[in-house]
Design a protein around this ligand. Structure first.
Ligand SMILES: [Zn+2]
Length: 237
């Protein structure tokens, strides 16, 4: 074995020992089996959970939207923007609306600022341990990944391409290397036409249901059409 392999094996032995020491009796089995099969074993339960969701961003997206569905929108909340991030409001319609990140509606320590549900040990979303919510946590590990995905879905272009069997979602032709991730309903239209839709249904516009990979020329034509519609709408207004 090369020296590098030796070092890697040794590091993994140590990480595994650390993980086993810190592991509670109850732990999500899918997370554990993935952690143990990694070339670099995550050395803590928290990192194991983090690495699990990182590998499954679409699962995280679905879960975050489902958890938000359990909470629902707070009374009196409306999707609003603010030019200067006042009260934690988003500055642009490109950011997914998140009532529980706004100062007026935050649920406080132990609740996730994305979905509003309690956060348990290691940032898990289910109380497997019969413990109170973790007062030091304000995010589920899954919701962190979902949040990143909603902001930058192109980061998962490879995954989305595979899901479409490498076919352009608009033309049906083969996807080229230069293909791009697109929101079927563009976000400016979500803000313009659907902003009063109940939360968290609104979040679907940032998640998988509204995402597609399309070839660059098709995308350019779609964007040009959308820009024309925007100009026409502005003239009518
Ligand atoms: Zn959450």
């Amino acid at each position: 074995m090369s020296r590098w392999q030796d070092e890697k094996a040794e590091r993994n032995r140590q990480a595994l020992a650390r993980l086993h020491r810190a592991l509670p009796d109850i732990f999500p089995s899918a997370v554990l089996s993935r952690a143990l099969s990694r070339p670099f074993v995550p050395p803590t339960p928290r990192l194991a959970i983090d690495s699990y969701w990182r590998a499954h961003p679409l699962r995280a997206d679905r879960l975050a939207r489902a958890l938000a569905g359990k909470t629902g929108a707070p009374d009196g909340w409306r999707w609003r923007l603010s030019a200067n991030r006042r009260d934690g409001l988003p500055t642009t319609f490109r950011a997914p609306p998140a009532p529980y990140r706004e100062r007026a509606f935050a649920r406080g320590a132990g609740f996730c600022c994305v979905c509003g549900q309690p956060v348990y040990r290691f940032g898990w979303h289910v109380d497997l341990w019969g413990a109170d919510p973790n007062k030091n946590a304000a995010w589920h590990c899954a919701c962190v990944i979902a949040w990143q995905f909603w902001h930058a879905p192109s980061g998962e272009a490879r995954l989305l391409r595979r899901l479409q069997a490498r076919r352009c979602a608009q033309s049906g032709g083969r996807l080229w290397k230069t293909a791009e991730v697109d929101h079927r309903v563009p976000l400016f239209r979500v803000w313009g036409d659907y902003r009063d839709m109940p939360w968290p249904k609104l979040l679907d516009f940032w998640g998988l249901p509204n995402l597609q990979v399309i070839n660059r020329d098709v995308h350019a034509a779609k964007c040009a059409g959308e820009a024309r519609d925007r100009r026409a709408a502005a003239t009518i207004a």
